[in-house]
Design a protein around this ligand. Structure first.
Ligand code: NAD
Ligand code: TDX
Length: 341
């Protein structure tokens, strides 16, 4: 039985992780979360107060981080500014939270000799051509494109240095694009589902040929638990479920599953520096730790996710309008309706 300090646990992946830990282990969990716009405390409703506690606060708060790390066994660091589009509009909080926050946690686990797991992304490797047979592996050179991915890459490098120079008991995982319940409506899949639910046409950046390697959030978190159990200190593990799909296909699938015509979406201004394709080779995780994804049928996982948003309107409705206003303020405009392509 361990005590976990889970940073960013009021966000998408972290809240799913907390639920999984409480359901599948005897461990207790403390969430440290700054409760930014990306959080939703309703994602943590109903958890056992004897095994779960929410501490509002920032990973950049030296004294708070020190006190919390001192009284837990393991730190799992999910907290981050996580949205590429926001990082293009204002990189400042990305530098602070993703770099300085990780630094504070590393210094605290170093002082107190605690186990540390760092949650990162495949975006640190940059992007691949559409017709490139290659996929990212643990030895792919870092080549991040956006302020978001560059600060995540920097935080990974801090972890590697603290492991090597100071003997910190750390591991890193780099995962591909997650989907599932409790994801903020700024992100691609929930944005399009809730657009359809509110009578708005889905919005595809550019031509929509970009490919993402989708994984269900439960499969990501199961892999993190495996790494905490048996991962080798100092190692990096890539997490992916062979889920490459183009953005256009995702939108068409959502429309189809929601009973709309397949072309009922609009093309909008493309993202600056938009990464073309991500693809993960997770052989190391599968062979060394025996992990396998449970959600192998993307369409079925997407249908379940659509059902979740249909039945949890109270969860997403309060932030939908403000999220769309933010996109409009950033200059997103319709370039052409799909039907007239
Ligand atoms: P999210 O934006 O949904 O949640 C982030 C959480 O961190 C929020 O609750 C927010 O309040 C909190 N937070 C932000 N700044 C903080 C600070 N200074 N101190 C404490 N808490 C703070 O993000 P997510 O999608 O759940 O991503 C979680 C982690 O997983 C991130 O590190 C991200 O880089 C990584 N990741 C995400 C994906 C994905 O597809 N979403 C894929 C691979 C890796
Ligand atoms: O309205 C949209 N239309 C659209 O075409 C939005 C919001 C996105 N897109 C495109 C951009 C991307 O090609 O869809 C794709 C997915 O976009 P996001 O959901 O913003 O994800 P991405 O930029 O790929 O990054 C995500 O995966 C890796 C997470 O947000 C990161 O935190 C994670 O590291």
């Amino acid at each position: 039985m361990s005590s976990l300090l889970c940073t960013g646990g009021a966000g998408f992946i972290g809240s799913n992780f907390v639920r999984m830990v409480l359901a599948e282990t005897d461990d207790s969990v403390t969430v440290l979360d700054a409760l930014t716009y990306a959080s939703n405390t309703a994602s943590l409703d109903g958890l056992d107060p004897h095994r779960f506690q929410l501490v509002p606060g920032s990973v950049c708060d030296h004294d708070l981080v020190d006190e919390l790390v001192a009284r837990h066994d393991i730190v799992v660091h999910f907290a981050a500014e996580s949205h590429n589009d926001n990082s293009l509009a204002d990189p400042s909080p990305f530098v602070k939270t993703n770099l300085v926050g990780t630094y504070e946690l590393l210094e605290a686990v170093r002082r107190h000799g605690k186990r540390y797991h760092h949650i990162s992304t495949d975006e640190v490797y940059g992007d691949l051509e559409l017709d490139d047979p290659a996929r990212f592996t643990e030895s792919t050179p870092y080549n991040p494109s956006s302020p978001y991915s560059s600060t995540k890459a920097g935080s990974d490098l801090l972890v590697r240095a603290w492991v090597r120079s100071f003997g910190v008991q750390g591991t890193i995982s780099n995962c591909s694009n997650n989907y599932g319940p409790y994801q903020h409506v700024e992100k691609f899949i929930p944005r399009q589902i809730t657009n359809v639910l509110t009578g708005v046409r889905p919005r595809l950046y550019g031509a929509g040929a970009n490919v993402r390697d989708w994984i269900h959030v439960a499969d990501h978190n199961a892999a993190v638990l495996r790494i905490l159990e048996d991962g080798a200190i100092g190692e990096t593990y890539l997490i992916g479920a062979d889920g490459e799909v183009s953005n256009r296909t995702v939108v068409e699938l959502i429309l189809d599953l929601m009973g709309q015509p397949a072309d009922a979406y609009d093309h909008v201004t493309d993202r600056a520096g938009h990464d073309l394709r991500y693809a993960i080779d997770s052989t190391k995780l599968r062979t060394e730790l025996g992990w396998r994804p449970s959600y192998r049928d993307f369409e079925a996982g997407l249908a379940a996710t659509i059902d979740w948003y249909r039945t949890h309107e109270n969860w997403w409705r309060p932030v939908k309008e403000a999220t769309e206003a933010k996109y409009a303020a950033a200059g997103e405009t319709t370039t052409s309706p799909a039907a007239s392509r």
